[in-house]
Design a protein around this ligand. Structure first.
Ligand SMILES: [Zn+2]
Length: 269
C-alpha cells in the first residue's frame, strides 16, 4: 500500500517530517484562531498601552481567550500577572509583575486505548459516572507527570476497567489534534490479557468487552470515541493482520552524563 501521509513532529530533537503509514489516523478537529503572531498583537498592545493611565494593564482591554484571562497570580511569588508579549516571543503570555516569570500555558495530553480481546472479536468500553454520565467511552484520561504515553494508557485501563493490557502488543493508532480545546489525544491499539477483575472503577459504573456488532454506537461519549472505534474496526485491525514491520514506542531516560537511553520498547512482528 503506497498511501502515506506526511506529518510534522516537534520534539526535543527539533522538527521532523514523518511519513505515516495509511493505517495511522492523524486528525485535526476544530480551530480557535486565538493564537496570533507578534506582528498581529504588537499594534493592539501599543494602542492599549497608550490609552491606559499610569500602571494600567495594556492587555486588559484586549479580547483575550479565557485561558489567558483566568490566570491572575504568579505561582512562583504570588504577585499579580499581566498579559504581555515577552521579548523574542510571538505569543501573548501572562508575565509576573513581581519576579518576571513567564507563564507558559500548553495543551493537555489525553492518552487511552482501543483494547481488544485476544482474538480481536471484542473491544473494551467503560460507562462514565462523570459528565457525560451514562455514556460509553474508551479507557482514557489525562497523562500524569513522569509517565510515558503508553504507561498512561495502561494505567487508565487499570483504573477504569480493572483490566491488564498487553504493553508488548500496543501500537500507536490515532492522534487527535483537538485544536478548539487545546488538547491532543493519543490512542493505542492494545490487547487485554487479564479480564479476571473486569468491572467498574472509580470513574465508571460499568466496564465490558463488546462484540463489534454490539457496540452502543448511539450512546458513545465523544466523536473521538466513534472515530477511534471505526478506524480500528475498518482500517487498523485489518491492516495490522496483514502487514509485517516494526513500530517503535520509546521512553527516553536521561542519564547523569546527559545521554538518553530507551527504557521501554514496543515492537511488532
Ligand atoms: Zn512572580
Amino acid at each position: 500500500m503506497a498511501v502515506t501521509r506526511l506529518a510534522l513532529f516537534a520534539g526535543p530533537f527539533g522538527i521532523r517530517t514523518c511519513r505515516l503509514p495509511f493505517w495511522t489516523g492523524l486528525l485535526t478537529i476544530g480551530c480557535t484562531g486565538f493564537t496570533k503572531t507578534e506582528r498581529a498583537w504588537a499594534p493592539a498592545l501599543r494602542r492599549a498601552s497608550m490609552s491606559g493611565g499610569p500602571g494600567a494593564d495594556p492587555a486588559a482591554s484586549l479580547d483575550l481567550p479565557p485561558y489567558l484571562k483566568n490566570i491572575n497570580f504568579c505561582q512562583q511569588c504570588g504577585a499579580k500577572v499581566q498579559v504581555r508579549l515577552p521579548q523574542n516571543d510571538s505569543v501573548l503570555r501572562p508575565v509576573c509583575t513581581g519576579c518576571g516569570t513567564v507563564v507558559y500555558i500548553n495543551p493537555k495530553v489525553v492518552i487511552g486505548s482501543v483494547a481488544v480481546s485476544e482474538d480481536e472479536s471484542a473491544v473494551l468500553l467503560v460507562e462514565r459516572t462523570i459528565p457525560p454520565v451514562g455514556k460509553w467511552t474508551l479507557p482514557a484520561g489525562f497523562m500524569e507527570m513522569s509517565e510515558s504515553t503508553l504507561d498512561g494508557a495502561l494505567r487508565e485501563a487499570s483504573e477504569e476497567a480493572n483490566v491488564v493490557l498487553d504493553a508488548a502488543s500496543a501500537e500507536l493508532m490515532c492522534v487527535f489534534n483537538i485544536v478548539s480545546s487545546s488538547q491532543v489525544q493519543i490512542l493505542y491499539l492494545t490487547k487485554v490479557i487479564d479480564t479476571s477483575r473486569l468491572g467498574a472503577g472509580s470513574e465508571t459504573s460499568d466496564a465490558r468487552m463488546f462484540k463489534w456488532a454490539d457496540i452502543p454506537w448511539e450512546n458513545l461519549a465523544y466523536p473521538t470515541v466513534r472515530l477511534s472505534l471505526e478506524h480500528a474496526m475498518k482500517t487498523f485491525l485489518p491492516a495490522r493482520r496483514e502487514r509485517t514491520g516494526m513500530q517503535q514506542i520509546l521512553t527516553l531516560t536521561k542519564l547523569a552524563d546527559g545521554t538518553f537511553v530507551p527504557t521501554h520498547l514496543t515492537s511488532q512482528k
